[in-house]
Design a protein around this ligand. Structure first.
Ligand code: XMP
Length: 509
């Protein structure tokens, strides 16, 4: 299958590039910037995109590439850092700067080119760069400018293009056209990436790999593990056993929903482990967020291992690993630090004695959802907001108790119900309630109350790395808060979190 490779120089946007290409029906992969040149020479590689990145080409540890890449005869599109490294290696001058240009700018096309087919002469583009190209290599011709930068250039004899702005970001008005023009008219890549074929091929592949053996899978009810389970179940039916651990930290009646959907409706073999007590015991007395995450993660692994030992014939362990997980584990290390240890419940240690089965390894989240819908999973189980592995354990600030989980589940359910009722659920990216370890005084009827405070959190984001709070209507908030206070015993005050990310994170712990 024809493909476009994206060389990863550490930009937070490179997944967007890969998705834009796939949305056009052309398969794309993100590979480390220093991937072996032989990998790029493959005849199916129809073009290469050099991504942006946080470095300056002058940094001592800046990611550099072999200049030979430009002689492979493959079309190349260098974006931002990808442009700077190209100019740096091919004789242009790049100026370091201490100030980043970040935000919208106006692109003016100076010379017509197939790259700008269906692009207005003037348009808005998104800039995010420190260094900039001062003068182009003599081998390049200027194609476009912004008021402050050389914005686009093309090699005089080879299919090598450079862009200082980010066409993959939706703020770049014609960015999608520019990427499409590169893939279609410069690379001439065939559009044969489609999910129906993927489903068929994957099912055939699973049958062939597993043969008569048995497979186990940790089903969390989340989108990834559910879609993985459905695909595998289609392929091998009862040779798949799912283990569903009820940690006691799931959403309201989630255990029932998962069992109803996947066991009753789809006839999957599911072992439900009621481990609530174990988790609550482990969490007793712990308030520190990181310790809670670790306690939950470790206990999950223990429960899972115990169950898996009982299934003596299982040779395969299936996981809902998706493409962004794969990329993140191979990507070059940017300057970003670990803010929280994202311990995914379901993220199991490597030393289990199994062969891994990961049928979603090549898919982005939106593709996983489409596969799920195509396999018949109900829409409400697929188009769901993300839910963190440690569950409500990190939405109850301070010590977690069964009583607090019960309070939070009820309040959270009301918030979600109201969002759905008012057609707002799909307008926000993630919404939930957080229970604070603080009690305040209130008055209900003629009585003084002294109960917990809850916070509503609702964020809008495309990538979950930056987010803004959702501008929910006051009337909606008013109704939701009244319902929570009237219907949930234990909460007498509700606040709405209007912190952006950064500086806040989406979750509170
Ligand atoms: P933060 O709070 O870091 O969250 O802004 C970004 C996104 O990640 C989710 N999240 C997690 N997901 N395991 C997960 O599977 C975790 O430990 C975890 N912590 C945060 C969070 O819900 C949001 O969607």
């Amino acid at each position: 299958m024809d493909k476009i490779l994206i060389l990863d120089f550490g930009s937070q946007y490179n997944q967007l590039i890969a998705r834009r290409v796939r949305e056009m029906g052309v398969y794309s992969e993100i590979v480390p910037f220093n991937v072996d040149l032989d990998y790029l020479k493959d005849e199916f590689v129809k073009g290469i995109i050099l991504s942006g990145g946080p470095n300056s080409v002058y940094d001592t540890d800046a990611p550099h590439i072999d200049k030979e890449i430009y002689n492979l005869g493959k079309p190349i599109l260098g974006i931002c850092y990808g442009m700077q490294i190209t100019q740096y290696l091919m004789g242009g001058t790049v100026s370091p700067s201490d100030k980043r240009e970040y935000g919208k700018s106006t692109l003016t096309i100076a010379k017509d080119d197939v790259l700008f087919k269906n692009v207005n002469k003037e348009s808005i583009v998104w800039m995010s760069h420190g260094d900039h190209v001062d003068s182009l290599s003599n081998d390049f011709t200027l194609l476009a400018t912004t008021p402050s930068a050389i914005a686009a250039a093309k090699h005089n004899t080879l299919d090598i293009y450079n862009l200082q702005f980010h066409p993959e970001v939706t703020h770049s008005e014609f960015g999608k056209n520019i990427i499409e023009n590169f893939v279609d008219d410069v690379c001439h890549a065939t559009k044969n990436w489609n999910l129906d074929d993927y489903i068929e091929k994957t099912i055939a592949n699973i049958k062939e790999t597993v043969q008569d053996d048995e497979v186990i899978l940790g089903l969390s009810g989340g989108v990834d593990s559910s879609v993985a389970a459905m695909l595998i179940h289609r392929a091998i039916k009862d040779q798949l056993t799912c283990i569903f651990v009820d940690t006691g930290l799931l959403r309201y009646k989630e255990d029932q929903k998962v069992m109803d959907t996947y066991q009753k409706h789809f006839n999957m073999k599911i072992i439900k482990v009621d481990a609530k007590e174990r988790f609550f015991n482990k969490l007793r007395g712990i308030s520190d967020p990181e310790l809670k995450r670790k306690a939950i993660g470790n206990e999950f692994v223990k429960v899972f291992e115990e169950e898996q030992k009982k299934l003596k014939n299982a040779k395969f362990l299936a996981q809902g690993t998706i493409y962004p997980d794969v990329i993140e584990s191979v990507s070059i290390k940017g300057p970003s630090e670990t803010i929280k240890s994202h311990h995914n419940v379901g993220g199991l240690p490597d030393d289990l004695d199994f062969k891994l089965l990961e049928p979603l390894r090549e898919l982005f989240k939106d593709e996983v959802r489409k596969v799920g819908l195509a396999l018949g999973i109900p829409e409400n189980m697929i188009i769901r907001h993300p839910f963190p592995g440690p569950g409500l354990g990190i939405r109850i600030l301070g010590e977690v108790t069964e009583e607090k989980v019960d309070i939070l589940q009820r309040a959270d359910n009301i918030f979600i119900e109201e969002l759905e009722k008012n057609n707002l659920y799909n307008e926000v990216s993630q919404a939930f309630v957080v229970l604070l370890p603080v009690k305040t005084v209130g008055v209900m009827g003629d009585k003084r109350t002294y109960e917990f405070v809850a916070a509503l959190r609702s964020a809008n984001t495309t990538d979950f790395m930056t987010a803004t709070f959702s501008r929910l209507p006051y009337e909606f908030l008013d109704n939701t808060v009244s319902r929570i206070i009237n219907e949930v015993r234990g909460i007498n005050r509700v606040v709405y979190d209007i912190t952006s990310k950064p500086p806040g994170t989406i979750e509170w712990e």
